[in-house]
Design a protein around this ligand. Structure first.
Ligand code: KG4
Ligand code: ZN
Length: 352
């Protein structure tokens, strides 16, 4: 709309092992998107080492925020609000981001919003890059599948800030299962991209791994599948002399995870009469999951662009924008919420 003032949000994210800062305009247009991944640092531990993660965030935030402002060609005077991930996530990592954001808010007088990490993942589907065509906006009501390293949640979203949890994992998160199975197969952390890559050369039908269907619920379970892969690997090593068929194991495991996720999500969309499906979180980068869902679903399926699937700050700014225009401003004494169920997330004033 000509003449309308654009709202620019500087957002910070540090819930796990990515130190990130972004500047986003009107909750949709990414002006800068900086992600400093610690994956290299944690690889030696085979997963995220919380103490190492928070200390690394402390070292990295200042240059990351500076770069985000520089690449967006703005200064703090051009920013309308600050946003930061408040939870859920690793307590020590969240504290570093929240304190950095509070310091910026105190120094500049800008309003600050504490954002739910899963709501941020959801709003990643509303984003576009500065130089690209806007993607179609997902139409409500939506079924949302959040699949990350820490979460696997199926959510009914009737409108902005109106969520109802349908189900979730009873044990491992989908990304956690990818990471654990990768370790069993001798692949590097993070396991999801590693499994996807070797699975390209494997046969998804080589091993018939179990799919926990949990009828009558919208819940998921991945621990039986993980155990089945572990038993197969152990008995192969015990009984056979030839090398472990890593590509076939990876492809068969990935196929089982994809089957479980696709079946539940598509059935929920059908049963509730959703107008679309949004899939988000690190595992939504998986190309097999993307193609199977597109194939099977009878409503449009929205995935964030690949760099927006895994943790980043642009998605935090996108969620913050909708809350900012609906009147949310958080007092500067808020604490982090390392375990914060999405259903306990309050709507902003104009939607409450
Ligand atoms: O959303 P995210 O960056 O962090 C959390 O909030 O947890 O998700 C990270 C998770 C990891 O478990 C990683 O292995 C998985 O997402 N992941 C993938 C792929 N890329 C990342 N899983 C399957 N296929 C991928 N291509
Ligand atoms: Zn995440």
């Amino acid at each position: 709309m000509p003449g309308k003032k654009r709202i620019r949000i500087l957002a910070l994210e540090s819930s796990c092992d990515e130190t990130a800062a972004s500047v986003v305009e009107d909750g949709r247009v990414i002006l800068s998107h900086i992600v400093a991944s610690q994956a290299e640092l944690h690889r030696q531990y085979g997963g995220v080492f919380p103490e190492v993660a928070s200390r690394q965030h402390l070292r990295t935030f200042y240059p990351v925020v500076e770069q985000a402002l520089r690449e967006a060609h703005v200064s703090l005077e051009d920013i309308d609000a600050l946003a930061v991930t408040r939870g859920p996530g690793l307590p020590g990592s969240l504290v570093v981001g929240v304190n950095f954001a509070k310091g910026l808010a105190l120094a500049t007088g800008l309003p600050l919003l504490g954002i739910h990490h899963l709501e941020a993942h959801i709003y990643a589907s509303w984003l576009q890059w500065d130089d690209q065509e806007p993607p179609p906006e997902p139409a409500f009501p939506l079924v949302i599948l959040i699949v990350s390293g820490g979460h696997t949640e199926l959510v009914w979203m009737e409108g902005h800030f109106r969520y109802r949890r349908l189900g979730g994992t009873r044990d491992d998160a989908a990304g956690e299962a990818f990471d654990k199975v990768a370790r069993l197969l001798g692949l590097e952390y993070p396991g999801g991209p590693a499994i996807e890559q070797v699975a390209r050369h494997g046969n998804p039908e080589a091993f018939d791994f179990p799919r926990a269907r949990l009828p009558g619920t919208w819940d998921f379970s991945f621990s039986g599948l993980k155990t089945a892969v572990m038993r197969t690997v152990q008995s192969w090593k015990r009984l056979r002399k030839d090398p472990l068929p890593v590509a076939d194991l990876a492809a068969s495991f990935q196929e089982a995870v994809v089957d479980i996720l696709v079946e539940k999500t598509v059935s929920a969309a059908l049963e509730y009469g959703a107008r679309g499906i949004v899939v988000t979180g690190g595992v939504s980068a998986n190309k097999r999951l993307r193609s199977r869902l597109q194939e099977v679903a009878s409503v449009p399926v929205y995935f964030p662009p690949l760099p927006l699937c895994t943790d980043n700050a642009s998605m935090v700014a996108a969620a913050a924008y909708h809350r900012f225009v609906a009147g949310q401003r958080d007092p500067l004494d808020f604490d982090v919420l390392p375990t914060w169920p999405l259903q306990e997330l309050a709507a902003p004033p104009e939607h409450a």
